[in-house]
Write a protein that binds this ligand. Sequence first.
Ligand SMILES: [Zn+2]
Length: 269
Amino acid sequence: MRKTVTELADGRELVYYDPDGDEVRDATDPRPPEPAAVRPELRLDPVLGDWVTVAAHRQGRPYRPPAGDCPLCPSRGGRSTEIPAADYHVVVFENRFPSLSTQGAGRAPDSPSPLFRTEPGTGRCEVVCFTSDHDASFADLSESRAALVLDAWIDRTTELAALPGVRQVYCFENRGAEIGVTLPHPHGQIYAYPFLTPRTGKMIARAAEYRARTGRNLAEDLLAAERLDRRRLVLTGTHWTAFVPFAARWPYEVHLYPHRRVPDLPALG
Ligand SMILES: [Zn+2]
């Protein structure tokens, strides 16, 4: 994998990920810099105790633009997009409308009530374009291109986890207008949070409680139990098992477990 780190006109970082080879990325962003008014803040939900991100500036982001105005397509035919190059394999850049930011993170004025606690929305939000093909999807990617996306996820997880104040890095893809996706171009996102998200926090607490009670590893025991039961298995490979979880919450839900014990994405290699 070849990684080229560049900067957009407004100072946001943009990184190309190409297969090993002679790809040289030297296109510069010709657009005038337009610094966005970015002031995300965190608010503590006084009832649940969860941190909630409030990012009012996101109301100004492009909402389902026509294909000819897609900001995630390469820059071609005189039209400048978020990606200055005329083509790309996989590209990652800082979201122009981030929910969390290392710059200009805001905070509501102090409230007289201790119930209204706020913190600056410090962190980072990145966009990952899987392909320059506007009409493709992740499922259309070749094995080598999917591997390049994984390389990008692993690299970004390593980089973002090292930022000061970041407690969790989460790579994800929301797909479809039904779940609120505003750009149909095949892409995912990465959030670097300054707090542990509630679901992850709960999972870690459960695993710790299971360890204290049984002396065993919850993920390993769960994987062994699903493989023994067999009824929910979707795929059993050499290195991975995929299954529908026992207490599934969604009409389509599959969990992937590696057979080797690893702490995070980068440790998968
Ligand atoms: Zn596009």
